[in-house]
Design a protein around this ligand. Structure first.
Ligand SMILES: C[S@@+](CC[C@H](N)C(=O)[O-])C[C@H]1O[C@@H](n2cnc3c(N)ncnc32)[C@H](O)[C@@H]1O
Length: 306
């Protein structure tokens, strides 16, 4: 169970107004950045487009069963179920978001395909091998024990199942300077993120848990316009945030959220992090007759010879 769980819930409760009114999260069911390709000019369309883009990366089909780890208010799971007709389970520790996701699924008419459970994605209680895709969009950044998430994803995935994580990865080479590390820490503190990984750290973690075919793709150019919206909000509201926080005009969580967003943008401009999509596959079961298969009944294997 993640140790920083309450901090995450407090962050999303404290920034509920900001996400709804400044990010238009409820319009798109999205608490993530948008994906801008050539055709997209509009913020809400870009938020929705992120789901479509990632669904194509993962290769979602109607037969898939998706676990949306840290599902927010359910937009991705709902849109995928609606578009592909597949089943999805949204997992989230923030109770008001789970309730909002259930209502949204009902309104979209997909409550027969999608269920939302209030649980920690490092310990979901879902059955072994029950899903074909684990989808984590800007959610693993919020957990202290990322290895526990990867282990749980591996457990709930059926053999051959696919894992997709889209989030902010810290530059590996050259590593951030000490001043940049401090800025990254300000961002992490304000957004309830215990820490960010580098691409190499993810790769090692995934291989250690038995994932194969690990790929990491930098999609920052497609996400950058979405950051411009945040840049604009930070310019408008950021300068007053520290003073308003001290005066008690702005509560600590939304004030720190703004201060963190400003640090995030500075660190993006400095190249200290990039928006990346990590995909990996749980190995398929070995084909019948390959070593490691169960011994057929009545057959006693020979002792290995030396
Ligand atoms: C930035 S939001 C992204 C939500 C959603 N994936 C989206 O893209 O709209 C992160 C989400 O992860 C959830 N979350 C963070 N840590 C979690 C954990 N340990 N278990 C389950 N959910 C978690 C938060 O409650 C929040 O809904």
């Amino acid at each position: 169970m993640s140790a920083n769980r309450q901090q995450v819930v407090d962050y999303f409760e404290g920034t509920r107004w900001d996400y709804r009114h400044l990010w238009r999260s409820e319009k798109a069911g999205a608490l993530h950045f948008g994906f801008y390709d050539r055709r997209i000019r509009n913020h809400v369309t870009a938020l929705r487009r992120m789901t479509g883009y990632l669904a194509s990366v993962v290769g979602i089909t109607p037969e898939d069963r998706i676990m949306d780890a840290g599902c927010g208010i359910g937009g991705c799971a709902i849109r995928i179920a609606d578009h592909f007709g597949c089943r999805a389970t949204g997992v989230n520790i923030t109770p008001f978001q789970v309730a909002a996701a259930r209502e949204a699924a009902h309104r979209a008419g997909v409550d027969g395909l999608v269920e939302f459970v209030e649980a920690d994605f490092t310990d979901t209680g879902l059955p072994d091998a029950s899903h074909t895709v684990v989808w984590a969009l800007e959610s693993v950044v919020h957990v202290d024990d990322k290895e526990a998430f990867v282990r749980e994803a591996h457990r709930v995935l059926a053999p051959g199942g696919r894992l997709m994580i889209a989030e902010y990865l810290v530059r590996e080479d050259p590593a951030p300077t000490p001043a940049q590390e401090e800025e990254l820490a300000t961002w992490c503190r304000g957004w309830a993120m215990p820490g960010l990984l580098t691409a190499g750290e993810y790769e090692r973690l995934l291989h250690k848990q038995g994932f194969e075919d690990v790929r990491i793709v930098d999609i920052s150019p497609y996400v950058a316009p979405s950051l411009h919206r945040l840049r604009w909000l930070v310019r408008l509201l950021g300068p007053t945030a520290p003073a308003f926080r001290r005066l008690g005009v702005l509560a600590p969580v939304p004030a720190d959220n703004l201060i963190a967003s400003a640090a995030q943008i500075r660190m993006f401009d400095a190249g200290a992090w990039r928006y990346q999509v990590v995909t990996a596959r749980k190995p398929a079961e070995p084909a019948a007759g390959t070593p490691g298969d169960a011994v057929p009944p009545g057959h006693t294997p020979a002792e290995p010879t030396r």
